[in-house]
Design a protein around this ligand. Structure first.
Ligand SMILES: [Zn+2]
Length: 209
């Protein structure tokens, strides 16, 4: 298992799950009340990995998905089976085939208690969201933007160039130092610069639509 720590977060890197093919990073926030999981990898048995990290399943408050693609959402299956609530934008329901999933808005209070807010960032999928902590200047970005200045692909069903550019514009107005993307490495400094760079890339490369 490839794991690292930053502040109150534990990161399970995507390579951990390579036996199932494409998978996302998993971010786990530890709060006084328990653990919150952001993205669940493509591994249907994610819970086993969490338990191996010493996380008791009864201490997991819930899991939040940045979007519905299988490489981020399949791990939710093992959590739901163990009565852990999973939250995702209902606009991405068409991408998953398991139940029950709760609408992201219903999880808002859980996030507020740990200082995070939901930022709607459609484009990669219609229901893509990011999670933002103003006090930590930290963004969990899913597949909307990555640490190398690349942005999420828009050519899959439900993708939109215009929506993605608007979402990047919105993100570039925030103060972000730490970027926790869905794939690849995370960065802990100057993430706003990377996001502005991603926006100018997107404006150039997605200029036809
Ligand atoms: Zn995706």
């Amino acid at each position: 298992m490839i794991v690292s720590k930053f502040g109150r977060y534990t990161i399970i890197h995507e390579e951990t799950f390579e036996e199932v093919g494409l998978s996302s990073n998993v971010y786990i926030l530890k709060s006084n009340n328990g653990y919150i999981v952001f993205d669940t990898s493509g591994h249907k048995e994610l819970l086993k990995f969490l338990i191996n990290l010493g996380i008791e399943k009864d201490k997991i408050i819930g899991a939040f998905l940045t979007h519905g693609h299988f490489d981020h959402s399949n791990g939710a299956i093992s959590l739901i089976r163990n009565n852990i609530k999973c939250y995702m934008s209902y606009e991405d329901l068409y991408l998953i085939n398991f139940n029950p999933v709760f609408d992201i808005e219903d999880g808002k209070r859980i996030l507020e208690e740990v200082g995070l807010e939901i930022i709607k960032t459609p484009g990669h999928t219609p229901g893509s969201v990011c999670f933002y902590s103003e006090s930590e200047a930290l963004l969990i970005s899913g597949d909307t933007v990555f640490s190398d200045g690349c942005f999420g692909r828009t050519d899959l069903p439900g993708g939109s160039n215009t929506a993605l550019k608007n979402s990047l514009r919105l993100l570039s107005s925030l103060n972000i130092k730490v970027l926790f993307p869905g794939h690849g490495d995370y960065i802990i400094e100057n993430a706003s610069k990377i996001i502005s760079y991603a926006l100018s890339n997107a404006e150039y490369m997605l200029s036809n639509y």
